[in-house]
Design a protein around this ligand. Structure first.
Ligand SMILES: [Zn+2]
Ligand SMILES: [Zn+2]
Ligand SMILES: [Zn+2]
Ligand SMILES: [Zn+2]
Ligand SMILES: [Zn+2]
Ligand SMILES: [Zn+2]
Ligand SMILES: [Zn+2]
Length: 389
């Protein structure tokens, strides 16, 4: 078995799955999500599963429940027919030992009270209905906190989670060397939870931080191409634009500024872009000369790719100038209506724009609004050609 859990990447020994049948996540991760984060969605397809089934992961031989409706109805904690049911995670197990293990892991109890009780022999162990109740108890009774990042990220029993005073918790998060963490940080492992310096928010680990940075903040696609593997982030697009202006060649045209990411590595590329995109003052022969430069390239910006067919126009080279300008006028109108709708949704498009631009070759980018195939036959003009006039 070389399968690994899609969440924690550890070897997949026990798998938990719901009716959607995605058998890719280990039982500990599923239990932690359901029990601590109160998240009952499948990690793969995001379908909510009221019930999950836990069994040994055996690849093609993994026990498969095809119809979850055939599981015992209205189950109660403990043995249910040939299975064991765990209420807190709403999971059926076909193995009693693994059931007991997950049950112990999810047990919501106060480790401070547990210790006192075992010392004086009393047995009035209070059970907490959910994690928030336990957190409330810890704070009100003992003035202690659990680290919520560790609670969601660390694969240990809830009762094994470390408890911190407010000051210790702050130290734990920022440097990892609080009194409570002691030996663990001396061994050089934990250095505190990494922080997004822009948002001042800590994340459990580097993976979680990276996911945040790549979805919430910006990198320069030009710098990244020059120094692959080196990630420099900008808080928002405005900051990135300042960098574009200072270190690269940004097109200052209003329309291009609104489109974002119209920036070039060299002055020559910017000039070529200006010729193609903003050449309203050129004579017709100059413009025709400019249009003959490109030979074969294509542009890929997925948001435009789908409907390019509809908006773009195809010409024969030898068409009369008159037809050409009618067509260009038409695409100008398209461009205007399109740019207003784009402005409204610009914030939502930022991520996809950024992703798509990163794989556009910088030489190709300036010509993105033109698609020429064979100079003898046809070339295609899409909306941005409107800027010629
Ligand atoms: Zn896992
Ligand atoms: Zn699923
Ligand atoms: Zn307590
Ligand atoms: Zn922590
Ligand atoms: Zn951030
Ligand atoms: Zn840059
Ligand atoms: Zn421009």
């Amino acid at each position: 078995m070389d399968d690994s859990c899609a969440v924690c990447a550890e070897a997949l020994e026990w798998v938990a799955y719901g009716a959607c049948a995605h058998r890719d996540v280990c039982s500990t991760c599923v239990a932690r999500l359901r029990c601590i984060c109160d998240d009952r969605r499948c990690c793969i397809c995001k379908t909510e599963s009221s019930i999950v089934f836990v069994t040994k992961a055996l690849g093609d031989y993994t026990r498969i429940i095809n119809d979850f409706l055939l599981l015992p109805p209205e189950p109660k904690e403990g043995r249910m027919g040939s299975y064991w049911y765990h209420e807190d995670t709403q999971a059926f197990f076909d193995d009693v030992d693994h059931y007991k293990m997950i049950k112990a892991m999810c047990r919501l109890s106060c480790s401070v009270c547990d210790k006192e009780e075992s010392n004086d022999g009393s047995k009035r162990r209070g059970k907490f209905r959910n994690i928030n109740q336990l957190k409330g108890h810890l704070f009100h009774q003992h003035k202690l906190h659990m680290c919520s990042l560790c609670l969601e990220g660390r694969k240990v029993f809830i009762c094994e989670q470390k408890l911190y005073s407010r000051a210790q918790l702050n130290q734990h998060i920022s440097t990892g060397d609080s009194e409570v963490d002691g030996s663990e940080s001396e061994r050089g492992g934990f250095m505190g939870h990494p922080m997004c310096e822009f948002c001042k928010t800590p994340f459990y680990g580097d993976n979680e931080l990276y996911t945040h940075m790549s979805t919430e903040h910006y990198t320069c696609h030009l710098c990244q191409r020059q120094h692959p593997g080196q990630y420099e982030y900008y808080k928002n697009y405005d900051d990135l634009e300042i960098h574009f202006r200072r270190d690269h060649f940004l097109c200052d045209d209003e329309g291009c500024l609104a489109k974002k990411f119209i920036v070039f590595q060299t002055e020559a590329e910017l000039k070529r872009h200006n010729t193609i995109e903003h050449a309203g003052h050129m004579s017709r022969s100059q413009r025709n000369a400019a249009l003959q430069i490109p030979t074969s390239f294509r542009y890929r910006r997925s948001s435009e790719q789908d409907n390019r067919q509809g908006r773009g126009r195809t010409f024969r080279r030898d068409q009369s100038e008159n037809q050409l300008s009618i067509a260009i006028q038409a695409s100008l109108e398209t461009a205007q209506s399109e740019s207003t709708s784009r402005d409204r949704s610009s914030s939502a498009q930022v991520i996809s724009d950024r992703v798509d631009l990163s794989d556009i070759d910088p030489i190709v980018q300036p010509f993105e609004s033109l698609t020429a195939t064979d100079p003898e036959t046809t070339f295609e003009i899409s909306s941005s050609l409107g800027e010629f006039f």
